[in-house]
Design a protein around this ligand. Structure first.
Ligand code: NBP
Length: 474
């Protein structure tokens, strides 16, 4: 009898442990290993106790020897050098056609490099972005696999069986594209998550400071919003956070230090957008907002020096709350449109054949940005796979038209009240810049030509003809 395991997983921190239990629940036998070997025994005695088809191993050699061929070795370790080190250590125990899967939050350019490196050694590589945190890993994450296309038939059954499913039963896991495409799409997912969280925080700030709502009213408002087009995991947990009381009966959120952490995927997205020349302004504003939040002492000092306007609370509380909801929805549409613009450019730059409708489907359940809204994105790209921009789809342009009056009122309110709403305002500026056929960039070109003879094209001459003027001649 072949008693070898279906897959090997290295890394027994929270993600690895939960994914192993999930795989095992779906009938997969899993050999497990961890750098600190004592954690293997702890796991087998703890969460994995009594599961005969989770097999502990105490070296990479032993792990690889316990796997069915072609071997599937999955890394669930800290992204970065740990992945390269494990790959090097595992290589002597692998044979041609075996595969290494990196399920961590790796940088997509590392996955491009690793695919190339391992391909030359006859080993298949899969860089799989996994979202949903520990809960997702245990009960069904969104999985975004990329790498050598030959690896997908080997992994499809395992990955799709453990992934989240949509209401109609579709797995939130499908092949994304070659080399680093899976980790790239995961990076965009995380960037969009930054944008969504920032917009929700700005809405909270406006509900509190422009309308004067208390925490219970804010909780109620988010709960109501979750019954609208904003229906999503992040809005749902936001309502729960505002309801949550500390031991003394006060809302816990009130006592949390306003200093946001970040692990880097938002920065990666912003840097990549600058490299590819795509205006991903919301995610970048969200990254900057976290950076500004971290300057606690400086902000405290500035609050004593820099004057702002007096805030007078709005009289029409419910109208303003609805304006804020519409402003949030419109801004969210802009953020997703920008994320998909970046993926479109990346597909060209890195030669990936990305299916954008499919990507929206992968995020429909199991991950942090899961929302009803993603169904509409999927439909837009299924209806027209060449859709130039999400904003050209009737559904989304219709919502923007419907929301824009409210959106503008909220932006004005934020500005006149002196309340920072960088993502919401950036979204509106993008919208107004994007829908403008004639921009003020003619002046930029004139300035560039004036001081640097950088030349310019003319609206009254064919494109591609360049002119230079001696601007000091009159
Ligand atoms: P961590 O990211 O905390 O990593 C812990 C694991 O990495 C342990 O197995 C640890 O071994 C191993 N490790 C480290 Br740290 N440095 C190592 C090195 N130099 N060489 C070998 N192994 C090393 O675990 P996690 O939170 O379970 O996440 C795993 C992956 O999934 C990460 O890439 C993470 O970014 C990604 N991810 C996490 C979440 C989440 O919610 N936590 C969500 C989505 C994706 P040790 O036990 O010997 O120290």
């Amino acid at each position: 009898m072949d008693n070898k395991c279906d897959i090997g997983v290295i890394g027994l921190a929270v993600m690895g442990r939960n994914l192993i239990l999930n795989m095992n629940d779906k009938g997969k036998s899993v050999a497990v290993y961890n750098r600190t070997v004592s954690k293997v025994d702890d796991f087998l005695k703890g969460d994995a106790a009594g599961r005969g088809t989770i097999v502990g191993t105490h070296s990479l050699k032993e792990l690889c020897a316990k796997l069915k061929r072609p071997r599937k070795v999955m890394l669930m370790v800290k992204a970065g050098t740990a992945v390269d080190e494990f790959i090097e250590h595992a290589l002597p125990f692998l044979e041609e056609g075996d595969c290494i899967i990196d399920g961590g939050n790796s940088f997509f350019k590392d996955s491009i490099r690793r695919t190339d490196y391992l391909t030359k050694k006859g080993i298949l590589f899969c860089g799989a972005g996994i979202s949903g945190g520990e809960e997702g890993a245990r009960h069904g994450p969104s999985i975004m696999p990329g790498g050598n296309p030959e690896v997908w038939p080997l992994l499809k059954d395992i990955f799709q069986s453990v992934s989240a499913k949509t209401i109609s039963g579709e797995p939130c896991c499908d092949w994304v594209g070659t080399d680093g495409a899976g980790h790239y799409v995961k990076m965009i997912h995380n960037g969009i998550e930054y944008g969504d969280m920032q917009l929700i925080s700005e809405a909270y700030s406006l509900l509190k400071d422009v309308i004067g709502m208390d925490y219970t009213e804010i909780a109620e408002t988010f709960k109501q919003w979750n019954k609208t087009e904003l229906d999503s995991y992040l809005i749902e947990i936001t309502a729960k956070i505002f309801y949550f009381k500390d031991d003394d009966g006060e809302p816990l959120v009130k006592k949390i230090l306003d200093r946001a952490g970040q692990k880097g995927t938002g920065v990666w997205t912003s840097v990549n957008s600058l490299e590819l020349g795509v205006p991903v302004t919301l995610i970048t504003e969200a990254v900057y907002a976290r950076a500004l939040s971290a300057r606690l002492d400086e902000r405290a000092a500035a609050s004593l020096i820099l004057k702002g306007p007096e805030i007078s609370l709005t009289h029409d509380k419910w109208q303003m709350a609805e304006d804020i909801r519409k402003g949030l929805l419109a801004s969210k549409i802009i953020s997703y449109a920008q994320g998909f613009m970046l993926m479109k450019e990346a597909a060209k730059e890195y030669s990936w054949n990305l299916d954008f409708g499919n990507i929206a489907s992968l995020w429909r359940e199991g991950c942090i940005i899961r929302s009803v809204f993603l169904d509409n994105i999927k439909s837009a790209f299924k209806k027209n796979s060449d859709l130039q921009n999400l904003l050209f789809d009737d559904y989304f342009s219709g919502i923007l038209a419907d929301c824009q009056e409210s959106w503008r009122r909220v932006a004005c309110s934020a500005v006149t009240s002196g309340i920072a709403a960088p993502a919401l305002c950036a979204a509106l500026s993008f919208y107004d810049g994007y829908r403008r056929a004639a921009s003020p960039a003619n002046l930029l070109q004139a300035q560039r030509d004036y001081f640097g003879a950088h030349t310019y094209e003319r609206v009254d001459k064919p494109r591609g003809e360049f002119f230079n003027t001696d601007w000091t001649r009159n």
